[in-house]
Design a protein around this ligand. Sequence first.
Ligand code: MCN
Ligand code: CUM
Length: 798
Amino acid sequence: MTTQARDEIKIGGLGASRKRVEDNRFIRGKGNYVDDIVLPGMLHMEILRSPLAHARIVSIDTSKAWAIPGVRLVLTGEMMATRNLAWMPTLSYDTQAVLATDKVRFQGQEVACVIADDPYIAKDACEAIVVEYEALPVIVNPTQALADGAPLIRDDKENQHDNVVFDWEVGDRDGTERAFAQADLVSKLELHYPRSHPSPMECCGSIADFDRSTSKLTVYMTTQAPHIIRAAVALVAELPEHMIRIVSPDLGGGFGNKVPVYPGYVMSILASILLERPVKWIEDKTGNLISTGFARDIYLKGELALRKDGKILGVRMHTDSDHGAFFSDAQPSKFKIGLMHSAFSCYDIPSAHLTARGVYTNKAPGGVAYRCSFRVTEAMYFQERMVQAAADDLGMDQAEFRRRNFVRDDDFPHRTPFGFLTDSGQYGKCLQVGLEAIGYEDFLKQKEEAKSRGRLLGIGISTMTEPLGAGNSREYDILGIKMFDSAELRVHMTGKAILRTGAKTQGQGHETTWAQIVAHELGIPADDIVVEEGDTDTAPFGMGTYASRSTPVAGAAVAMVSRKVRAKARKLAAHLLEVSEEDIEWELGRFYVRSSPETGVSIQDCAYAAYSNMPDGMEPGLENVAYYDPPNLTWPFACYIATVEVDPQTGVWDVLRFVAVDDCGVRINPMVVEGQIMGGLTEAYAMASMQFITFDAQGNCIGSNYMDYLLPTAWETPGWELHEVVTPCPHHPIGAKGIGECATVGGPAAFVNAVLDAIKDTGVRNIDMPLLPDRVYEAITQRHDVSGAPPVKMDDHD
Ligand code: MCN
Ligand code: CUM
């Protein structure tokens, strides 16, 4: 029989490198970002921020600000307190000041805000506010926070008598101790993963619009999780949920920065309710860099118990994480240090134990997330740095050491040392593809040869599997709300369709890729499907986009809702073809009679029939909704290999080549996947080589603008050589795994391992990121480890 099925690639189905439909408006300058939205009668809000990192507020005099023509409202913490809004709950069961009342606890903290006719008046009025501070001693790292007699940062909290946020542990303490007792060798490493900032091009902002006549509150805002915001506003501000509409329009990048709830959102909402006018708040770049969504800032200590033949017997880890003044990490509520314990998941290790301690410091809230599935970036960086150090300590080839310890292809499902369940992967194969692509053996020879001429070449490998796709509602929730997602599909009479999900694209291309899943399931051309996300009045409930959960969870819901629609279309087809449903077969885009394959109807015929010719008793229309609760996380795998040359005279290092082998299961859109990998690797390179955001001893944030906090341009960025391996996810309806964060998670260790490999003869075990030339030079010439932990004395190396 000759099939009449639609050609899947031609209709933009699974595997088609379809051009991103959203780019049609972006490259024409027709994107619709929060700041593009102008409402009638709209006022503007600006925030006054604290210049000091730790100080008691003696007084705030707003009289001069009120006197400026065009000023409509000046808000202080005291006024917020009368509405019970001076403090708000965080996503990690802590509280965070909306506007400071008693003290300021980090530089850049919100102290007051002004709402005025235009943003310039509001800014001038902020400057007219007089705040008298009484400076307090400042804490900028865990050592200071934990020292005897350290000043108490969170004296607002009853029962908080020190600066410890949590003390937490996971794993098997006794079993791990036994493993270490049996070890031939123990390999140790200590390092600091520095603070970094997601720094999307678009800063945060909101427009709150409260309409007294309808009691409806509409908020346009930069959020990756609009439904969570709606729930938070309903619960915290005690407004009825059906009267709240959160709209997240086009986002100019998120990278995790747009997950938390920020004071600016809350203040614009309260101001709009008080003034009964729309109030717009648009953050500036410095405001974004100093006060929102920092990531990392964690001290890691680790030990691997090793057998002489290279087998890893056990792993012990301790982390001290710096959370800033408020514990506002966005993470599943069970886990205090996110999914840090996903470390070493790709290796077959009998026992592991992790202790984690979090502390408050006088810095902006940190640890939120930046292209990491809840601390996974730190976990994998640490893992791969430790693996390389251990191979060196054993005197074993680093590729061989990994190979010996990888979980084998036939050993799935596999329980990881900390108790996760991984379900699929071909780790050895990915590594092999990478080694062949980089020409491993040849490079090692070249390296030896270069050494004899005084040149320093190095090769760094990073291999990892990471947990992407937070869900499965048994184990994952945020503030008690279970992690699942949803999709709603409505097929119109002519076979065109609209799809909505509970996720929210920030640049990942959901408008393109979700339509491809529908095309794959229903044979409706992707161009005939419009995708909408981000409006809580129309989208079904979902937990939003972070932890690369969209494909694993919302994407699965898209497949499932398409299947529900197909099941109904099958009934319509049976009716049209006048046969019973059992006699109907499906091929892409078409139902046909099994005994007579030429006799069939298209999915579009069925859609028309759903509105014009349905069988007696059938509910009209062709639409459905699916809520999807994934059985497990998805576990993509990646192998990244960098080769570098280090200049011993200056410490400058260049990337010679970079090979990436990614296995994210079935790829919906290979071009979009490659874009995700290239972007992620660029961010990884930035962290490894140049991004530097730190704090001096007074808690001043150094790196509060793009002159100091560097983003790599096309000029500095190395070329990426991409390869793929496909191991379908066994539980995802189309076999896909997440990809959005892999390269940022796994990338940094490849660069750092490569530089340390190049200078291995110095005996240096660690240089903290970023590997600035002066740090590398110091390591080469002084032959000691180089720490980047704050406060960094800027003139140290003169
Ligand atoms: N995809 C695919 N095939 C797969 C997996 C994914 O074609 N097997 C496609 C998806 O359809 C989607 C994209 O790749 O268009 C990323 O999918 P996924 O891995 O599910 O990640 P999310 O969509 O959930 O995106 C979140 C992730 C995170 S958490 C951060 S942080 C990050 C990232 O995506 N922020 C980004 N990538 C970003 N890319 C851009 N441009 N902007 C951001 O802010
Ligand atoms: Cu961890 S940043 Mo992303 O999950 O939004």
